[in-house]
Design a protein around this ligand. Structure first.
Ligand code: ADP
Ligand code: MG
Length: 312
C-alpha cells in the first residue's frame, strides 16, 4: 500500500461567518477565501498572518470544527487508503480524533479540577476501557513532562503548565496531527519555551504539527511556512524562502524575524554581508562572522570556545 505523503489536503476552501440580521450572506466577506494547501505527514508547518487574516478559521476547517461553504478538506489517516472527507458528516468525529487542536487560552480548555481527570476527559468520551484510559493519561502526562502533577489542582498551575495539560488532553486522543492556534501567545517566556520544546518533541515522535503563531522566531523553526492574508494563501515555502520576501511580508502586516532585520540593516549601512538564509540567531552569527572574515577582521575568541572558558 502506498501511503499519501500528505496528511491534509485542502482545496479551494471558502468559509463565511453568519453576519446576523445586519449583513446579507452575499455581502458578508469570506473569512477564508479560496485556500488550497497540503500538509505533509510528519512535518512541522507554521501559519502566519496578521490579526483577522483568517488563520483560526482555516485551522477550524482543517480540523473538522467548521464545515466549508465550498471546497474540500481530505484527511489521510495512516494505514488507511481512503481519506476522511470533511463534507461527509458521518466521519466528522474521526476527523476530530485525527486532527486535534490546542487553543490560545489554557483556562478555556481545562474542564476538570484534577490534572489527570482533565486529561482523561476526552478518552472517556471515546468510550474506552478504564485501563486503556489510564494508560493514555499516563503516557500523555509523561510526554508533556507533567507526570508528577497528575494529582494536582489544574487551577493552581502556571499558564505554561495548564497549556501542557491541554496538550496532554488532546494527545490522549492519539491524534496524528495537532494544530496549535497561538498556544504560546498568553504565556511568559519560560512557558513559551516549554511549549515550544513540547511541540518539537511531538514532531520528533512522528506527530504532524501545525503551528499558528505571531512569533516569527517560532515560525522560523518550521519545515514549511504558509502566509495567510485577507483569507487567502499569500505565500508558502521554507522559512528561508518566505522570510527573504521582505516586501511581501510587510504588505501582509508582518515582520521578518529580528535576526533577519538586523543583518538587513547592516547591509543597508554598507556592510558587505550575505543576508540570504538568515532567519535566526545562529544563521545571523554565521553571516556576520563570514562578513568579518571577508573584511579580514578575525574575532578574538573562537566561536567554539565554551562559555566561561575565556578567562581560564
Ligand atoms: P486570525 O485567526 O488570523 O486572527 P480569524 O480566522 O479569527 O483570523 O478571523 C478571520 C475573519 O473572520 C476576521 O475578519 C474576523 O473578524 C472574522 N471572524 C472571526 N470569528 C468570527 C465570528 N465568530 N463571527 C463573525 N466573524 C468572525
Ligand atoms: Mg486567530
Amino acid at each position: 500500500m502506498t501511503e499519501n505523503i500528505n496528511i491534509i489536503e485542502a482545496k479551494n476552501l471558502v468559509f463565511k461567518y453568519d453576519g446576523g440580521e445586519d449583513i446579507l450572506p452575499e455581502k458578508m466577506p469570506a473569512a477564508v477565501d479560496g485556500v488550497s494547501l497540503d500538509i505533509k505527514r510528519g512535518s512541522f508547518t507554521a501559519l502566519i498572518g496578521h490579526n483577522g487574516s483568517g488563520k483560526s478559521t482555516l485551522a477550524k476547517l482543517l480540523s473538522g470544527i467548521y464545515m466549508p461553504l465550498s471546497g474540500s478538506v481530505k484527511i489521510y489517516r495512516s494505514g488507511s487508503e481512503t481519506p476522511l472527507d470533511s463534507s461527509d458528516e458521518s466521519v466528522n468525529f474521526d476527523i476530530r480524533k485525527t486532527v486535534g487542536m490546542v487553543f490560545q487560552n489554557p483556562d478555556n480548555q481545562l474542564v476538570a479540577t484534577l490534572v489527570e481527570d482533565d486529561v482523561a476527559f476526552a478518552p472517556e468520551n471515546l468510550g474506552l476501557e478504564p485501563a486503556e484510559i489510564r494508560k493514555r493519561v499516563d503516557e500523555a502526562l509523561k510526554t508533556v513532562g507533567l507526570t508528577e502533577y497528575a494529582c494536582h489542582d489544574t487551577h493552581k498551575l502556571s499558564g505554561g503548565q495548564k497549556q501542557r495539560v491541554a496538550i496532554a488532553g488532546v494527545l490522549a486522543m492519539h491524534p496524528e496531527c495537532m494544530i496549535f492556534d497561538e498556544s504560546t501567545a498568553m504565556l511568559d517566556p519560560k512557558g513559551r519555551e516549554d511549549i515550544m520544546k513540547t511541540i518539537l518533541g511531538l514532531k520528533k515522535s512522528g506527530i504532524t504539527v501545525v503551528l499558528i503563531t505571531h512569533y516569527m522566531e517560532e515560525a522560523s523553526l518550521a519545515d514549511e511556512l504558509f502566509v495567510i492574508n485577507e483569507g487567502k494563501l499569500l505565500a508558502k515555502g521554507t522559512p528561508v524562502e518566505v522570510f527573504s520576501k521582505r516586501e511581501l511580508l510587510k504588505n501582509a502586516g508582518l515582520e521578518a524575524p529580528q535576526a533577519s532585520n538586523l543583518v538587513n540593516e547592516l547591509k543597508k549601512r554598507g556592510i558587505d554581508i550575505d543576508v540570504s538564509g538568515v532567519i535566526d540567531t545562529d544563521s545571523a552569527v554565521r553571516a556576520i562572522e563570514a562578513a568579518f572574515e571577508k573584511s579580514g577582521i578575525r574575532p578574538q575568541t573562537r566561536p567554539d570556545t565554551p562559555k566561561g572558558a575565556q578567562n581560564a
